[in-house]
Design a protein around this ligand. Structure first.
Ligand SMILES: C[S@@+](CC[C@H](N)C(=O)[O-])C[C@H]1O[C@@H](n2cnc3c(N)ncnc32)[C@H](O)[C@@H]1O
Length: 260
């Protein structure tokens, strides 16, 4: 799909076909070329198409058990090395994931400075994320103290408090083609790898590993365990977290990063 820069061949074929077919049937198009023609003249339809194939479903504190492990063991280990934590929420959708992370830090680790880069392929969803206004139903898994502490009523909906929003910077980014940053302490990439081919996943894991500092963590989705993480210099810590291995005499071994 030239217009959006999305390379559909790197997504699982059958799954993608089903989503494309269900989309054009919904619009009464006879096939994909017919739907493409319709989208040339209909920006709204095009916007829905991108949303439909990229699957934006998310919520605050999705899979609470995994967040508990993050709070109770992963972050405490991370902050042994640094008091300034550099995080990346990749494929963040409408922002619930990076805002949950910001809340976890603010509530549980108030002395720690955190910066969260939150990226997604879909610019419309990033606009929504920046608004930071959410309906009640996406808050149901968020622990009460976080809900009470960091969400303010706005009509029938809820707005994320400025102290939480300030820690998060949103940016458009395609995991399949854009450069990855470096020196991340924690990368969250959840519930998107399932849509990619094995080859695409392999490339992305290798690049995540390269962009983590030694001893940093990758946090994956519930059904996204990595086969043979050692080939990416990662080691499993439970089912949803992978630690970047420290090389003997490497930058972090026995030499914590002191930057705040
Ligand atoms: C199901 S949501 C996951 C949101 C959140 N991480 C979570 O676990 O709740 C998947 C997101 O992946 C994004 N996405 C799909 N392909 C992508 C790509 N190639 N690069 C970056 N983001 C992508 C979609 O736009 C969508 O917002």
């Amino acid at each position: 799909m030239k217009k959006s820069g999305i390379d559909l061949s790197l997504y699982k074929e059958e799954q993608m076909k089903r989503r494309i077919i269900s989309f054009y049937q919904k619009y009464g198009a006879s096939g994909f070329s017919d739907a493409s023609r319709m989208m040339e003249n209909d920006p709204e339809m095009y916007k829905f198409f991108v949303e439909h194939i990229t699957i934006n479903v998310t919520e605050f504190y999705r899979s609470p058990e995994q967040w508990k492990q993050l709070r109770n063991s992963i972050i405490p280990e991370l902050i042994l090395d640094t008091k300034k934590v550099n995080c990346w929420s990749a494929a963040c959708s409408s922002g619930e994931e990076p805002y949950s992370l910001s809340m976890v830090f603010a509530y549980n680790f108030p002395g720690i400075q955190v910066s969260i880069l939150a990226t997604d392929l879909d610019s419309a969803i990033l606009d929504q994320a920046q608004l930071a206004i959410y309906p009640q139903n996406v808050l149901r898994r968020l622990p009460l103290m976080l809900r009470e502490g960091y969400l303010l009523p706005q009509g029938m909906e809820w707005k994320v408090a400025s102290q939480i929003r300030e820690q998060v910077e949103f940016r458009k980014h395609n995991l399949l083609s854009d450069p990855f940053g470096s020196d991340h302490d924690l990368i969250l990439c959840r519930n998107v790898m399932i849509y990619f081919t094995e080859e695409a996943k392999h490339q992305i894991y290798a690049r995540f590993s390269a962009s983590l500092r030694e001893g940093g963590f990758l946090f994956v989705g519930g059904t996204e365990q990595i086969n043979n993480p050692g080939r990416y210099a990662l080691e499993a810590v439970g089912s949803f977290f992978y630690r970047k291995k420290r090389t003997p005499g490497g930058t972090n071994e026995g030499n914590p990063r002191i930057n705040g």
